[in-house]
Design a protein. Structure first.
Length: 207
């Protein structure tokens, strides 16, 4: 797809509200990365499945939940505030690998999407670069719903440009967490390296 190698894009299986049996089936099929939005639900699954896979936190990060996220996840995709990054860094266990982190970019005029506005991105990236036990890997975005493919591609393309700006400023970043079941084609065409897929893998979520 889009003239890219298959191994240039990682499938992140979004397993929120899916039973552990479905996760194990996805593991048996070769998937190694699983994304969870809700902390308590995720912790129960992590206890049962263990560390045989990489767990990604892709929900809103609240200050009172940073310790559990720092202690149990390999990745966090949704950093949008300096204090959250600082707490995750301070609470990452000393014997754990670095926490892999993405800054979430907020689409223009879309407060409900979370994340940080473009004009504050470089300041936050510079802060994270200086923190111990956390490594900035790149950017994440959730486009606005009900857009045309052209509009969605424009948001993805802008996020890719911002990643390039970070690289020009000396940041060692390589990750674009962009695209879900409904817009993964547009995301891949615009350079996504991680696509967050739930429905297309697991089917509709259980009620």
């Amino acid at each position: 797809m889009a003239g890219r190698n298959n191994d240039s894009v990682t499938i992140l299986a979004v397993s929120k509200k899916q039973p552990v049996d479905s996760i194990r089936a996805a593991m048996a099929a070769g998937l190694q990365d699983f994304g969870e939005n809700y902390l308590q639900e995720a912790l129960a699954k992590i206890d049962e499945v263990g560390s045989a896979v990489r767990w990604h936190f892709i929900g809103t990060v609240q200050s009172n939940k940073t310790r559990a996220i720092a202690e149990n996840f390999a990745w966090v995709h949704t950093i949008g505030h300096r204090r959250i990054a600082e707490r995750l860094s301070a609470q990452r266990p000393m014997d754990a690998d670095e926490l892999q982190a993405c800054i979430q970019i907020q689409p223009a005029n879309a407060d409900e999407r979370g994340g940080i506005l473009e004009d504050r991105l470089f300041e936050l990236a510079d802060v994270i670069r200086e923190l111990p036990r956390i490594r900035l890997r790149g950017l994440m975005i959730m486009p606005m719903p009900n857009q045309t493919m052209i509009e969605t591609r424009r948001e993805f393309a802008r996020t890719r440009e911002l990643l390039g700006d970070l690289i020009q400023r000396g940041h060692d970043v390589d990750t674009l967490s962009m695209g879900m079941s409904a817009d993964l084609e547009a995301a891949i065409m615009e350079g996504s390296t991680i696509v967050r897929i739930g429905t297309d893998l697991f089917g509709p979520r259980p009620g």
